[in-house]
Design a protein around this ligand. Structure first.
Ligand code: SF4
Ligand code: ZN
Length: 763
């Protein structure tokens, strides 16, 4: 352990705790101790303080006690004469720094100083769930603000990717890169590996955020680059995110400090990348990160800290910029990122996709605005469809990509053209049922290319190609290259051969579209026939156990996983791809109770899969032995006893619900793999299933639901209403536009003749 680092970290911590105390004192005088403090949209208070100390800080006055604790963790700087290991003192100082930093940011929120405003700043802002699918594809206007704290909604919407390993973790990048070129390349290398980039700090007033902004790099949730703030203190939001991962997905509770830290060390792939000169405060903050098991890599000369077990390998690694081999700053940046990954110690797989633009999941959420657009397919002025079909092995040539008709150069600037993407796949393990599963991936695969935006599916596909991508040489056959590469890399176990035909010739488009539509119709009928009673196997999903160790989803044809990402067919395909993977067939076996949904097989499985936490599982009830939840649910349902029904809030909805809690707060009750009668996390397509809480009375029990669910699923809900024999049913359900308390709810339901009021008691 380096005396130098210990000295500087301890000094930095002392200074920051002092600064927090001064700020608090002033705030207490100016604003008063009862002033509420909070980060936006989180159920975890000030998350690091809540996680580490178990304190639910909600008012300014409560910070005094918190800062007292931070002060108690401080130590005098090491003397010159005596050698001691210092590691404990350094880690304590790091923790004190984190606590003080979080307190400071909370006070700044009170003063409206967070998130930091930055005039002229070109962040795209936005969140991945207000994806182009929902806002028409034009993204959001520049907001002139940095991000500040990440809210729970965003954490959850990343949840499934964090859980299944598609998104390995995050890099907390602090400071300013050697050049703009280096800054861009560092971020690109991380994005390519789907590692979230949390950006903060500066060196002499210049931040990596400025560098990226100057280079036109689109920052925001959608591109996995979150600009927290231009000072070092804002890096605290990265550790707040880490703490909440453990609370949200790991089922841990506030105050379980050791467990939370270990959880992060073992399961969250994260590190700190310190760019440029490291001052006392950065040393102190770095010491805080080491507590979480996150190593620190610096591009300057600093003493290293070798392994002691707090992190997986080295704690602090110095990789001075001018000693990195490389012909230019881009190459050096690549080396630096390589080093970070090596020090954190996780293998990351990247599919090699041979297209002339950067490629990776980080680009999936990218928006191509009309003004930046070279051409589009589908949308208002043209038609685009995609169709994947299974053929016999000898009917396709693997890797053959054909464009039938004119290519991109035939389209005028910002113009559009009809296009069909036809994929033929063959494989010994392939089944016709997997066609829709694979076809659904086209959206993600195509979106992975930087500068390409893909929306919709089937015959409502809408693709935009940006000017930048076109200038880089992207053309129509590249769609084929992407699909060929990704289908092999992601579905190699069921797909042996892939052939892609892109048709733009008008006659061909017409003919092939007809063929595709016949197939869509066939699949729809097949799906409608696919009921729980028609199969003898359900599937398990234990993918979330890496985060929520006792949670299992039991996925049946009429009830998909609560994250919305896995339905019965997906699980079946996944089992074929990986027979020892997280989706295993569950033989349902003897029926115990067909109404509530008990089978011998599902009960046995629930018990084993949950390690005994769940004794019995009712597939069709929220009131009795309901399914547990991890943290990635699309919606939360909750009993409202006064209304004799349930409410459903979607994770996009931040408003107050009649349960007196927002989604974030409810999520804290619903997750963690524990059965809670009356509370359930569900995938939104479960709402339209005939088996939707069928033993509790079905959809007629819904008395309140988030309006965005009503709007985004209006067609499907119409069918539900008809099935329930009341075409007005959806209009009888309240939402946040009309009702936000239970007192308002009851008269509203009466006025609108809601059926739940006259149904049998749900209790
Ligand atoms: Fe997690 Fe359930 Fe989704 Fe599987 S189906 S990924 S266990 S939420
Ligand atoms: Zn989950």
């Amino acid at each position: 352990m380096s005396r130098y680092i210990a000295t500087r970290a301890i000094r930095g911590a002392n200074a920051l705790v002092g600064e927090a105390e001064v700020m608090l004192e002033r705030a207490l005088v100016e604003k008063g101790p009862d002033t509420p403090i909070a980060f936006p949209n989180t159920a975890y208070y000030l998350p690091v303080i809540f996680g580490m100390m178990g304190k639910e800080v909600e008012h300014l006055g409560e910070l005094s006690e918190i800062l007292d604790h931070a002060r108690s963790l401080l130590h005098p700087t090491p003397s010159q004469e005596h050698w001691t290991p210092y590691l404990g003192e350094t880690l304590d100082s790091g923790m004190a720094t984190l606590i003080a930093a979080e307190a400071i940011e909370a006070i700044r929120y009170v003063y409206g100083l967070q998130p930091e405003s930055k005039p002229g700043f070109e962040s795209a802002g936005g969140t991945s769930f207000t994806s182009p699918d929902m806002n028409g594809g034009d993204g959001q206007s520049p907001n002139g603000h940095l991000n500040g704290a990440i809210d729970d909604i965003q954490l959850r919407s990343w949840g499934i990717q964090l859980v299944d390993g598609r998104m390995p973790g995050f890099a907390a990048i602090v400071g300013c890169a050697k050049s703009n070129e280096a800054a861009v390349q560092i971020v690109r290398e991380l994005q390519r590996r789907n590692i979230l980039c949390f950006l903060s700090g500066n060196v002499n007033g210049r931040s990596i955020i400025d560098q990226l902004d100057e280079e036109g790099v689109e920052l925001g949730y959608d591109t996995y680059t979150v600009p927290f703030g231009t000072d070092t203190i804002s890096a605290i939001y990265a550790l707040g995110f880490a703490t909440r991962s453990a609370l949200t997905f790991g089922g841990l509770k506030g105050g379980q400090a050791r467990e939370i830290l270990n959880y992060n060390k073992d399961r969250v792939f994260a590190f700190v990348l310190a760019l440029g000169e490291v001052d006392d405060l950065k040393y102190a903050a770095a010491a805080g990160a080491i507590n979480f098991g996150f190593p620190v890599i610096a591009d300057t000369v600093i003493p290293q800290i070798l392994p002691t077990g707090v992190t997986t390998y080295e704690h602090v690694v110095s990789m001075p910029w001018n000693e990195i081999a490389g012909a230019n700053d881009s190459e050096k940046a690549e080396q630096l990122v390589q080093k970070c990954i090596e020090v954190r110690g996780v293998k990351i797989q990247v599919a090699d996709v041979p297209v002339p633009v950067p490629y990776g999941s980080a680009f999936e959420g990218e928006v191509v605005r009309k003004a930046d657009m070279r051409a589009e397919f589908g949308g208002r002025d043209s038609r685009c469809f995609e169709y994947l079909k299974m053929v016999k092995l000898d009917e396709v040539t693997d890797g053959k990509i054909e464009v039938v008709g004119p290519d991109l150069s035939a389209i005028e600037d910002q113009g559009s053209m009809d296009m069909g993407i036809l994929i033929e796949v063959a494989g010994r393990q392939m089944e016709p049922d997997f066609e829709p599963v694979l076809e659904r991936q086209i959206h993600y695969f195509v979106n992975g290319a930087s500068g390409i935006q893909h929306i919709g599916q089937r015959d409502i596909t809408w693709i935009r190609v940006s000017n930048k991508a076109a200038a880089a040489g992207f053309d129509l056959e590249d769609f084929g290259k992407i699909l060929h590469a990704r289908l092999h890399s992601d579905f190699g176990a069921i797909v042996d051969k892939v052939q892609v035909t892109i048709v733009t010739d008008p006659d061909q488009v017409e003919a092939r579209l007809e063929e595709a539509r016949a197939a869509y119709d066939f699949r729809n009928t097949r799906l409608a026939d696919l009921t729980d009673d028609a199969v003898d196997e359900f599937y398990s999903c234990t993918l979330c156990q890496s985060f929520a160790p006792n949670h299992v989803c039991v996925v049946s044809p009429e009830r998909l996983g609560l994250c919305g990402a896995y339905n019965w067919l997906d699980c079946k395909a996944s089992f074929s791809i990986n027979p020892t993977g997280p989706n295993q067939p569950i033989k349902v076996g003897r029926v115990i109770d067909p109404v509530r949904g008990y089978w011998e097989g599902t009960n046995d499985y629930a018990k084993a899969g949950s390690h005994g936490v769940v004794e019995e599982l009712a597939m069709y009830s929220i009131m009795e032995n309901p399914m547990t939840a991890c943290g990635c649910f699309e919606c939360i349902m909750m009993l409202i006893p006064e209304a004799n029904g349930v409410m459903i809030v979607s994770r996009e909805d931040t408003s107050m619900t009649p349960a007196g809690m927002t989604f974030s707060t409810l999520a804290g009750m619903a997750g963690g793999g524990i059965q809670t009668p009356g509370v359930m996390g569900v995938g939104k397509y479960y709402l339209i299933s005939p088996k939707f809480i069928s033993s509790d009375g079905g959809f007629k029990r819904v008395v309140w639901m988030s309006s965005n669910l009503k709007d985004s699923m209006s067609e499907e809900l119409k069918v539900v209403a008809e099935r329930a024999g009341d075409t007005q049913l959806i209009d009888r359900i309240a939402d946040e536009r009309s009702v936000t308390t239970v007192e308002e709810l009851l008269p509203w339901l009466e006025e609108n003749n809601h059926p739940a009021l006259t149904m049998d008691s749900i209790l």
